[in-house]
Design a protein around this ligand. Structure first.
Ligand SMILES: *Cc1c(COP(=O)(O)O)cnc(C)c1O
Length: 358
């Protein structure tokens, strides 16, 4: 099977091996002549899948003691609401947020329903093409929230700020793409479908001791403690999404883990950004120092060449390159499973365009 070069921003490319194993498990899981998706989530084979997935997260990210790893539902979007409900004091609750893009803005909207929100860094003045820096975070906020990688605009935090409060981060689109020090964070969340697996589950890594201090009556399903006490099985978990995430994490481990993929992701980013900077037909959108290694946003310097460029990359078997409607241009998403040869294919198309127009 010759797959397309899939630059989709999400749901994302997954390793071919993982797709094969996942489709086999849908027909016959564990050689039990039952499908993965028709067995009890409380059966031993599935409990083992869950335990393995949690174990791989802990191993790959070197999660310290005192943290829980959860696989929840509702996407990263539900975390926008769960975070303030679980961390903001009911009386006089305050939080600091950075506004670095569409997702950050949505998280701010949800937090405002639970307390006072200080937007301490904001890049909306330049359509989010940079990461705000050097801002002050009030000492008395319950937590600080940032988005590590802005999927739509192609910016990424390279150095996380020091914060006087709890540190919460939406890592939906760059989790497992580079080394992070989990101990510097109190809560990390990530929708699976950008860099870990299929849509349907959200990874949450949370420091246990930060919970239960708000004085709030939190609805059961929205309370992290509910899910911690039941090992993510308070209700039926999304078994398929968790299984495929587990396979993807196993794939990552087998190839050399986060260190290996970070090196490869750096190579992929360098290759494409170098071509964008070299080729006079293209221009990067994000500020250079804040460029994302996951989502590369760029435009043609002459938009009348769009039709020709589109034809060339489509003919080269490339898919998912169109930019988000709020940015325009192009976006090449280069998540973990995208191979260097796919980036090479795109760079060759860009060079070809230059030749054709010479
Ligand atoms: C895609 C994305 C989200 C939204 O995730 P859902 O799982 O669709 O709710 C949130 N934050 C970031 C950074 C994203 O890239």
């Amino acid at each position: 099977m010759s797959k397309k070069h899939n630059f989709s921003a999400g749901p994302c490319i997954l390793p071919l091996d993982v797709l094969k194993k996942a489709s086999e498990a849908v027909l016959n899981f564990n050689n039990d002549n039952l499908s993965l998706i028709e067995i009890s989530h409380r059966s031993k084979p599935f409990v083992e899948v869950m335990e393995k997935a949690v174990g791989l997260v802990k191993e790959l990210l070197e999660v310290p003691k005192g943290y829980s790893v959860l696989f929840l539902q509702g996407g990263a979007s539900l975390e926008f609401l769960m975070v303030p409900l679980n961390l903001m004091k009911e009386k006089g609750g305050k939080a600091a947020y950075t506004n670095t893009g569409v997702w950050a803005k949505k998280s701010i909207t949800e937090a405002k329903n639970s307390g006072e929100v200080f937007v301490v860094g904001d890049s909306s003045d330049k359509n989010y093409n940079y990461i705000p820096k050097g801002y002050n975070i009030p000492e008395d906020v319950d937590y600080f929230h940032c988005t590590s990688n802005n999927t739509i605009f192609g910016t990424q935090i390279k150095k996380f700020p020091k914060v006087p409060s709890l540190m919460v981060c939406d890592m939906s689109s760059d989790i497992f793409s580079r080394k992070i020090e989990v101990s510097k964070f109190d809560l990390i969340y990530a929708g699976a479908q950008k860099n870990m697996g299929p849509a349907g589950t959200t990874l949450v890594i949370i420091k246990d001791e930060i919970l239960g201090n708000t004085g709030r009556n939190i609805p059961t399903m929205l309370n992290y403690n509910t899910h911690i006490s039941k090992n993510s099985m308070f209700n039926t978990p999304p078994v398929f999404a968790i299984y495929v995430s587990m396979l993807t994490l196993q794939w990552l481990k087998d190839h050399g883990g986060v260190e290996w993929i970070e090196e490869l992701n750096n190579q992929k980013a360098e290759l494409l950004y170098n071509e964008i900077d070299r080729n006079p037909l293209f221009k990067g959108i994000a500020e250079k120092e804040d460029r994302s290694n996951m989502n590369v946003t760029f435009t043609l310097t002459d938009s009348s060449k769009e039709h020709l460029f589109n034809q060339l990359w489509e003919n080269a078997g490339i898919s998912g390159l169109k930019g988000h409607r709020s940015v325009g241009g192009y976006r090449a998403s280069m998540y973990n499973a995208l191979r260097l040869e796919s980036v090479n294919a795109l760079v060759n198309v860009m060079k070809n365009l230059e030749k054709k127009l010479r």
